[in-house]
Design a binder for this molecule. Structure first.
Ligand code: IPE
Ligand code: IPE
Ligand code: MG
Length: 247
């Protein structure tokens, strides 16, 4: 397997690397169901997949990796599953922070503070902050994230800054709006991967994905690993990105 991964890595064209890959990690529940396990076991197993993907992302010199950890719509799941997911995300971050630091990974949470307890948000922030001097892979965890909520918060902040005369209405353009999103300073995703056979965005990076390439697989997230990740990148490198222009 190691050999096969290395072979695929060797095929990657460093000049055509996507700068930013975003992943909708889907299918944990179905994975658990297939093994007659409770859904939460699928989420647990999903963390192992994520660890592998973050590690290899650093190895291949990817600049930005963003993963969808918890959506603003995921609050509608059972209280038990919601609590488990919130806890799992924070605990995994705390547990992995030293290794991530060793690997020079910079971590950020993207999402709203709404509905989260202050202590939760603070702990996440303080843990991420330990990595902010790092210069390798920037790993973003979309946590309590919703693309529409992100745009609502941008509208609110923009209108406040207009009222406070920090900006004027004339300044509003695409660039300014991008700078009011959680992803300010992060380039738009070049490649969006979704596992588990679903082919939709589910409110993920809806502004930022305007010209992203999409790659879908039926593999459930807990079974997703390096080989498929490399295949997605190789496939991306054969795409013709035109951005509306023609040669
Ligand atoms: C993805 O797995 C993880 C989160 C949404 C947090 P799901 O929990 O959505 O798994 P399925 O889609 O029910 O299989
Ligand atoms: C999207 O997956 C959210 C995350 C992966 C965190 P969902 O499983 O919640 O999305 P839907 O409900 O299938 O659209
Ligand atoms: Mg799902």
């Amino acid at each position: 397997m190691k050999n096969e991964i290395t072979k695929l890595i060797d095929q990657i064209d460093p000049n055509r690397m996507p700068k930013h890959i975003a992943i909708i990690m889907d299918g944990n529940g179905r994975w658990a169901k297939n093994y007659k396990l409770p859904r939460i076991q699928g989420h647990r197993k999903g963390v192992d997949s994520l660890r592998k993907i973050v590690k290899i992302s650093g190895d291949i010199d990817l600049k930005y990796l963003t993963v969808y950890g918890f959506s603003t719509e995921n609050w509608t799941r059972s209280k038990m599953e919601v609590n488990f997911l919130l806890k799992l995300i924070l605990e995994s971050l705390v547990k992995e922070i030293d290794d991530l630091n060793k690997n020079n990974v910079l971590i950020r949470f993207l999402g709203t503070e709404k509905k989260l307890e202050v202590s939760y948000y603070k702990k996440a922030y303080e843990t991420c902050k330990k990595s902010w001097k790092n210069t390798g892979l920037q790993f973003n965890i979309a946590m309590n994230y919703g693309g529409r909520q992100e745009i609502v918060e941008a509208f609110l902040a923009i209108s406040k800054d207009i009222k406070d005369s920090k900006i004027s209405e004339k300044d509003i353009d695409e660039k300014l709006i991008s700078n009011y999103l959680y992803t300010k300073m992060i380039p738009d995703p070049d490649l969006i991967i979704r596992t588990s056979g679903e082919q939709r965005l589910s409110n993920f990076l809806i502004w930022q994905s305007a010209y992203a390439e999409f790659w879908f697989t039926d593999t459930l997230w807990p079974d997703f690993a390096e080989i498929e990740f490399m295949q997605a990148i190789l496939d991306f490198q054969n795409r013709d990105r035109r951005f509306g222009a023609r040669k």
